[in-house]
Ligand binder design. Structure first.
Ligand code: TK8
Length: 335
């Protein structure tokens, strides 16, 4: 009797399960998901997690094919492909979105967030959503923010313990005016370049240095071509998961809901994974022979002063309200 009830219960569970799946309006679809880092990076792992999560939630119907190493194009190229509707999804730096929605540059101003928790609260809250919403009229849907992380400096010339040490260093930055302005003020020669071209540029000496989170310095093997690492944490850098609006609008409500939920799950996974990895990355990079130093508080304060005009410039060029809003949100979190 007991076994019969158990069997019946199991059968019922199967039936209910199947019923729930077929009641959903979900069609078989292939989602091309492009990203810039390698498959074994934190970015690659999170794309894989998203793919598994989506398959699970859609009974295997929504299939993600990941394309790493910018094989579908660099961030800016992929954004355009999404807008045109020839690619479904991507993840990339918010900093490369400024050609589409200028307001994203506010995240690039240096030394805004003190820690990851402040960033999470602001990005996942009303402010983060307000910026994301501005993408829609441009043909993009911003789903969630992932963590790229606090950015640090590397170069092949000399240890950087103060801003003056950057003098004359050709430093690759993202294609973004705030970054160019910031590093020129620090005394470097800022060279905007797509991430996909960065390793070769460092290897051939086209540029002397770059700045990225330690996780990326590890996964992109920059330690092979860079000697000095300065833990400067000058900007907290978000990634944003994007969908083509043209494609997204053609999905059923169920499909959109599943994708949004899987994206949120991927965000939580990615942040946890990236934070764990970043703790190990510094040790890894030391073992690989990088010479690593931190910046003193006094020097960090000096650097803050040096880039103050970058804030004024950003505000004067139409960003004043955005910046005020962001600073107010951060102040709220700090309370
Ligand atoms: C990867 C980039 C990268 C970013 C950069 O496509 O360009 O330096 O930090 O993560 O988005």
């Amino acid at each position: 009797m007991k076994t019969r009830i158990a069997a019946l219960t199991a059968a019922l569970a199967l039936f209910v399960g199947a019923g729930a799946a077929t009641a959903q309006d979900v069609k078989p679809r292939l989602i091309r998901f492009g990203y810039g880092l390698s498959e074994s990076s934190n970015q690659g792992r999170a794309v894989k997690f998203f793919a598994d999560e989506l398959a699970k939630r859609s009974g295997g119907k929504l299939k993600v094919k990941g394309f790493g190493d910018a094989s579908l194009g660099n961030d800016i190229q992929m954004q355009q492909t999404l807008i045109g509707g020839a690619q479904e999804m991507m993840v990339g730096s918010t900093a490369t979105l400024v050609g589409i929605v200028k307001d994203f540059a506010v995240y690039d101003l240096p030394f805004l967030f003190n820690n990851e928790q402040e960033a999470d609260a602001v990005l996942d809250g009303a402010f983060g959503q307000k910026l994301t919403a501005k993408l829609e009229e441009k043909g993009l849907v911003g789903l969630v923010y992932w963590e790229n992380g606090f950015r640090n400096l590397t170069n092949s010339k000399r240890p950087v313990t103060k801003a003056e040490d950057l003098g004359g260093i050709k430093l690759r930055v993202m294609q973004n005016p705030v970054y160019i302005d910031m590093f020129n003020r620090f005394g470097a020669n800022a060279v905007p370049l797509a991430f996909a071209e960065l390793f070769t540029a460092l290897e051939t000496g086209t540029v002397d240095g770059q700045e990225n989170p330690v996780t990326t310095i590890q996964s992109s093997k920059f330690y092979e071509v860079q000697k000095y690492l300065t833990i400067s944490k000058h900007v907290y850098s978000p990634w944003i998961v994007l969908a083509s609006k043209r494609w997204f609008d053609g999905l059923s409500n169920d499909e959109r809901k599943i994708i949004r939920e899987a994206a949120v799950a991927s965000r939580d996974f990615e942040r946890k994974d990236s934070r764990e990895l970043s703790l190990q990355s510094v040790t890894f990079l030391k073992e690989k022979g990088m010479q690593i130093n931190e910046l003193s508080d006094a020097e960090l304060n000096r650097m803050r002063d040096l880039v103050k005009p970058a804030f004024d410039k950003y505000a004067a060029e139409g960003g004043a309200e955005q910046l005020k809003d962001l600073q107010a949100e951060i102040a709220k979190v700090r309370k």
